[in-house]
Ligand binder design. Structure first.
Ligand code: C2G
Length: 129
C-alpha cells in the first residue's frame, strides 16, 4: 500500500481542489489530507476562511478520493505529519513548486499542475459583484 499525503485550506471547495485530490489519490492506494486550521489559513491568506475548520474538514472527508483527514496546524510540521501518517508521497499543486524539497529525505514529493482559472479568491470576488 502507498499512502499519499497532501495539505490545504480547501476553502469554498471547488473543482481545482477536487482535481488535485483525485490526481493525488491516483498516485497511491490511500490519501490522507491535512486541512489547515483557521489560524494557519489566516497566516497564509491574510484572512479567515469563509468556511470554518470543522466545515472544511467535513467537506474534505466527504470527498470519495480522501481516506482520512487531520488538522494541519503549521507549515513546519510536515515531517511530523508525514511520519505519523506513514506517507510515502507528498503531492502539492505547483504553486508550491520546490517549496517542500527538503522533505525528500522522508518521502517522494510531486508537484501537480494547478487547475487553470479557478480560485477561491476569484469566486469570492465574483460573488461581491
Ligand atoms: N489547487 C489547484 N488548482 C486550483 C486551486 C488550488 O490544484 N485552481 C490546489 C493547490 O495547489 C493546493 C490545493 O489545491 O495543492 C489546496 O489549495 P489551497 O486550499 O489554496 O491550499 P494552500 O493554501 O496552498 O495550502 O502546507 C501546504 C498548505 O497548507 C497548502
Amino acid at each position: 500500500s502507498r499512502v499519499v499525503i497532501t495539505f490545504g485550506t480547501f476553502d469554498v471547495f471547488h473543482l481545482g481542489h477536487l482535481r488535485i485530490l483525485q490526481r493525488a489519490r491516483e498516485l497511491g492506494t490511500r490519501l490522507v489530507v491535512g486541512v489547515s486550521t483557521d489560524a494557519l489559513s489566516y497566516s497564509k491568506k491574510g484572512r479567515l476562511p469563509i468556511y470554518s475548520e470543522s466545515e472544511r474538514m467535513e467537506i474534505i472527508s466527504s470527498v470519495k478520493y480522501v481516506d482520512d483527514v487531520f488538522s494541519e496546524e503549521s507549515l513546519d510540521k510536515k515531517s511530523e505529519y508525514i511520519r505519523v501518517h506513514n506517507a510515502q508521497l507528498l503531492v502539492m499543486g505547483d504553486d508550491w513548486y520546490g517549496k517542500f524539497d527538503e522533505i525528500k529525505h522522508l518521502c517522494e514529493v510531486v508537484y501537480l499542475a494547478r487547475t487553470p482559472s479557478i480560485s477561491t479568491t476569484a469566486i469570492i470576488e465574483k460573488m461581491k459583484n
